[in-house]
Design a protein around this ligand. Structure first.
Ligand code: PHE
Length: 359
C-alpha cells in the first residue's frame, strides 16, 4: 500500500515535470542518495531475512519503474525542447528574397559617363590631371599671371607650405583647364581630349559647393575653327539633352586662355516651372569656350604658328541639374540614400550613344 502511494506520487511528479531541471529535482527526491526510495532501501538491512527479500524485490521493481519513467520523460522533454527550437529557427525557403538596401549610380557619375560616351563617339579621348595642381598649370600656363583678377575670382584654395619653403604654391585646381596644358605636354598635337574631374572653389550656396565637377574639351589641328567648336557643341547638346534639335547662342566673352572667347547659351523654356531644352524664349548659359590662346599653346609646348584649335569648359553638376531637374547642388554631396534612390541610376544601364544615354 505504502509503495503504491509512493509510486503514484512519483509517477505523477515525473509526468508533471515541465522541464529537465524540474525532472532532475524529482529524480533526486526519489532516487538520489538522500532520496525517499534510497532511504527505504537503507531500512532493508534491519529487516528479518524473509521480509527483507520481499520488500527488497518490491523496492527494486518500484525503483526500476520510476527510473524508466524518468528516462522516458527526459527523452520527451528534450524532443520537445528541440521541436521548440526548430520551430523558432524554421525557415521557409520558398519565400521570395527580401530586397536589401541598394545603392544607385550618382547623377554626377551618370552624367560623366553620358558626356564621355558622346564625346568618345566624336573621337575625343579622356585625359586626366591632378586635383592638387601646380600654380603654374592652373594659372600661369593658362595666361593668368599672378596679378590677374581671375585669380581672385576663382576663390582659390592654396595648399599650405612647410615653414621656409619658398617654392611656388600648389592649389586645389579651380577648373579643369590645367589638363589642357598637361594634355599638350603629354600628347602634343593634333589632339582631341575631354577631361572630366573635380575642381575646387571657396563658394557655397544653392548652386555652388566648394568641390564640384567640370569637363574640359580640347581639340587642336591645323585648321580647327570656331565653326568646328559650334558644330561639336551643338552635336553634344542635342545628344546630351536627348532632344531632336537644339539652338545655341554664342555670346562674346572673355577668358584669359581663349581668344576669341564665347559663353554659350542654350534655347529653353520654363513653361509651368518646368525646364524644356530646345524650344522657348529663354536662354540658359551652359558653358565657356573659345579658340585656344597662342600663349597657352606655347606654354603647352605647341607651336602656335602651326597649330590652332578650340577649348571649352562645362559644369557637370550644372548640366546634371538641368537635365534631371535637380534643384539643389548641395544635396549632391550629402550622401542621403533617399536622395540617391530618387535621383540615382541603375548600375546596369551604362549610357551609350547607340543604346540610349539615360534609359
Ligand atoms: N575654365 C573656364 C571656367 O572654369 C571654362 C573654360 C574652359 C572657358 C575652356 C573657355 C575654355 O570657367
Amino acid at each position: 500500500m505504502e509503495l503504491d502511494a509512493l509510486r503514484n506520487r512519483y509517477l505523477a511528479a515525473v509526468s508533471g515535470a515541465g522541464d529537465e531541471a524540474a525532472l532532475e529535482d524529482v529524480r533526486l527526491a526519489a532516487l538520489g542518495k538522500k532520496g525517499e526510495i534510497s532511504a527505504l532501501m537503507a531500512t532493508l538491512g534491519k529487516m528479518e531475512p524473509e521480509a527483507r527479500k520481499a520488500a527488497g524485490a518490491a523496492l527494486n521493481v518500484l525503483k526500476d519503474e520510476i527510473d524508466a519513467a524518468l528516462r522516458a520523460k527526459k527523452a520527451a522533454l528534450s524532443d520537445a525542447a528541440l521541436d521548440a527550437r526548430l520551430a523558432t529557427e524554421w525557415l521557409d525557403v520558398t519565400l521570395p528574397g527580401r530586397p536589401r538596401p541598394r545603392g544607385t549610380i550618382h547623377p554626377v557619375s551618370q552624367v560623366t559617363e553620358e558626356v564621355i560616351a558622346i564625346f568618345a563617339d566624336m573621337g575625343f579621348a579622356v585625359a586626366e590631371g591632378p586635383q592638387v595642381e601646380s600654380d603654374w598649370h592652373n594659372f600661369d600656363a593658362l595666361n593668368i599671371p599672378p596679378e590677374h583678377p581671375a585669380r581672385q575670382e576663382h576663390d582659390t584654395f592654396f595648399m599650405a607650405r612647410a615653414d621656409g619653403d619658398i617654392r611656388p604654391p600648389h592649389v586645389l585646381r579651380t577648373h579643369t583647364s590645367p589638363v589642357q596644358i598637361r594634355a599638350m605636354e603629354a600628347r602634343g598635337a593634333p589632339v582631341r581630349i575631354i577631361c572630366p574631374g573635380r575642381v575646387y572653389r571657396m563658394d557655397m550656396d544653392q548652386t555652388h559647393t566648394p568641390m564640384f565637377h567640370q569637363v574640359e574639351g580640347l581639340a587642336l589641328g591645323h585648321d580647327i575653327s570656331m565653326a568646328h567648336l559650334k558644330w561639336t557643341l551643338e552635336e553634344f547638346c542635342r545628344a546630351f539633352f536627348e532632344v531632336p534639335s537644339v539652338e545655341l547662342r554664342f555670346r562674346a566673352s572673355h577668358f584669359p586662355f581663349t581668344e576669341p572667347s564665347a559663353e554659350v547659351d542654350i534655347r529653353c523654356s520654363w513653361a509651368g516651372g518646368q525646364l524644356k531644352i530646345g524650344e522657348g524664349d529663354s536662354w540658359l548659359e551652359i558653358l565657356g569656350s573659345g579658340m585656344v590662346h597662342p600663349k597657352v599653346l606655347a606654354a603647352g609646348g605647341i607651336d602656335p604658328t602651326k597649330w590652332q584649335g578650340f577649348a571649352f569648359g562645362m559644369g557637370i553638376d550644372r548640366i546634371a541639374m538641368l537635365k534631371y531637374g535637380i534643384p539643389d547642388l548641395r544635396a549632391f554631396f550629402e550622401s542621403d540614400l533617399r536622395w540617391l534612390r530618387h535621383y540615382g541610376f541603375s548600375a546596369l544601364d551604362m549610357p551609350t550613344v547607340a543604346g540610349g544615354l539615360s534609359r
